[in-house]
Design a protein around this ligand. Structure first.
Ligand code: Z5A
Length: 213
C-alpha cells in the first residue's frame, strides 16, 4: 500500500525571530496529534549539506561573495531535498524545516543584491518546482530579533551584518508573504513563545486541514 504523501512546512524569518523554537513546538504538536514528523534545518539537514553549512557559517564575513554563497546554499538544498525531505514525504512523514528557499531570496537576493530571477532559475535547476506546502514567515522588528539572537550566542558571519541589511531582509520576507498568499502566512513573532505557537498551529490547521488539539 502506498502511504499518503506527507506535507512540507518551512518556517522562515529574520535573526532571532524564534524559528528554531517554533519548529520544535510545531513538531511536538504534530507528533502529539499522531502525525509522523521530521524536523530539519537549512543550511544543512543532510550530512553533505551540514558540511556545506560549516563552510558558509564559519570564517570572515567576506569569505564568500554573494553568488558563491547562493551556489553553495542551493547545492546544499538539492542534497537536503533529494536525500532527506523528498524520501520522508514519500513515506507519509511530515517535514518541518527551519528555513528553506525563501531564505535565499531574502538574504542573497533582497539583502545582498543577487538578481531574483537568477536565484529563481538556480532554484529550478536544482530542485525543479519542489516547494513547501506551507511557509510560516515569523515577522518582528529588527531590533527585537537581533537582541534575542545576541543574548543566545556570539554572532556568526550573517549576524555581523549591519542593521540596514536586516531591515532589507525583513521587507523581503514581508514582500514574499504578500506575493505568495496561497503558500505563505505572516505571523507576528514579537509576542511570547506560546502566543506565537498558537498562531503557528492555527495557520497549520487552517491551511493543511489537520486538528492539532
Ligand atoms: N542563510 C542564508 O543566507 N541563505 C539561505 O538560503 C539560508 C540561510 C537557508 C543560518 O544561521 C544563517 O544562514 C542565517 C541565514 C543564512 N543567518 N543568520 N544568522 P542559523 O541557522 O545558525 O541561525 P538562524 O536561522 O539565523 O537562527 P536565529 O535567527 O539566530 O534564531 P531563530 O531560530 O530565529 O530563533 P530561536 O533560536 O528560536 O530563538 C532565539 C532566542 O530567542 C532564544 O534565546 C529563544 O529562547 C528566544 N526566543 C524565541 N522565541 C521567542 C519569543 N517569542 N519571545 C522571546 N524570546 C524568544
Amino acid at each position: 500500500m502506498t502511504a499518503t504523501r506527507g506535507r512540507f512546512i518551512s518556517i522562515e524569518g529574520c535573526e532571532g525571530a524564534g524559528k528554531s523554537t517554533q519548529v520544535g513546538l510545531l513538531a511536538a504538536a504534530l507528533d502529539r496529534a499522531g502525525i509522523p514528523v521530521q524536523a530539519t534545518r537549512e543550511p544543512g539537514g543532510s550530512p553533505g549539506a551540514e558540511a556545506i553549512r560549516r563552510l558558509l557559517l564559519e570564517g570572515e564575513g567576506e569569505r564568500w561573495d554573494p553568488i558563491s554563497e547562493a551556489l553553495l546554499l542551493v547545492a546544499a538544498r538539492r542534497d537536503h531535498v533529494a536525500r532527506i525531505i523528498a524520501p520522508a514525504l514519500a513515506q507519509g512523514v511530515w517535514v518541518v524545516s527551519d528555513r528553506f528557499a525563501d531564505s535565499t531570496i531574502a538574504y542573497q537576493g533582497f539583502g545582498k543584491g543577487v538578481a531574483l530571477q537568477e536565484l529563481t532559475a538556480l532554484h529550478r535547476f536544482a530542485v525543479g518546482d519542489f516547494a513547501p506546502d506551507l511557509t510560516v514567515i515569523l515577522d518582528l522588528p529588527v531590533e527585537i530579533g537581533l537582541a534575542r539572537a545576541a543574548e543566545r550566542s556570539a554572532a556568526d558571519r550573517f549576524e555581523r551584518l549591519d542593521r540596514d541589511f536586516h531591515e532589507k531582509l525583513r521587507q523581503g520576507f514581508r514582500q514574499m508573504a504578500a506575493d505568495n498568499p496561497a503558500r505563505c502566512v505572516l505571523v507576528d513573532a514579537s509576542a511570547d513563545p506560546q502566543t506565537v505557537r498558537h498562531a503557528v498551529l492555527a495557520a497549520v490547521e487552517q491551511r493543511l486541514g489537520v486538528s492539532l488539539g
